[in-house]
Design a protein around this ligand. Sequence first.
Ligand code: PEP
Length: 260
Amino acid sequence: MRTPLCIANWKMHGTLADARPLATAVRDGLRRVKDIEVVLCPPFTALAAVSEIVTGSGIGLGAQNCHPEAFGPHTGEIAPPMLSELGCRYVIVGHSERRREMGETDELINRKVRAVLADGMTAVLCVGETAEERRQGLTFTTVEGQLRAGLTDVAPDAVARVVLAYEPVWAIGTGVNATPSQAGEVHGYLRGLLSELISKDAAATVRILYGGSVKAENAESLAAEPEIDGALVGGASLNAQGFVNLVKKTARGGVAVRGA
Ligand code: PEP
């Protein structure tokens, strides 16, 4: 059984003055929430402070990016061991904003996935089509290419430490989410590919999150779709009360699926 998971991607929001009260309010608001895992991914500069706040609470810590090498002459970069040292257990890799703004290629993303896994952390591999690709009927082709490339040369037993995030680019930050059935269709396709590329066990255990304009209002219906194992949340994770409600609703949707 796959435990639902909500990951907060704060993106480039949060000086320490913002991050500390946000993390504290999320932690306190989720004290009694069960049946779901939650991970906060603040900016690098807030990782240590958020780590102190969430340690012992059950909330996990994640980073939004990393370099594919463990050390070296890469000015301004952050290596996986620097993240795990701070208590990070998750790293988001291949977010569409980085693919688009920083020109990250599938090949680089694959190196990052392998570096994160080699360091013992979980790689949250993001895939998703643009609006134009969907219009041209290329959704499955796009996500298949991204998944195949992202998992190249990843050992089958390490795939258990991968979380996939289906994030249609047209839904990110737009307020227009994929419907549960649109997302469910792509998640089902990705799960079939995992079965073909890795194993039936991997397909059954790897969590596939949906990301793209998830908020408290649509979280329960998305999570009630059997193929959706939780959410990767951008904008709506910056408001503590809203995010706490979103997590509770995702947990409720997940319980409905498991009880079905
Ligand atoms: C994201 O950037 O991963 C994301 C899903 O953003 P938003 O929730 O704001 O659409």
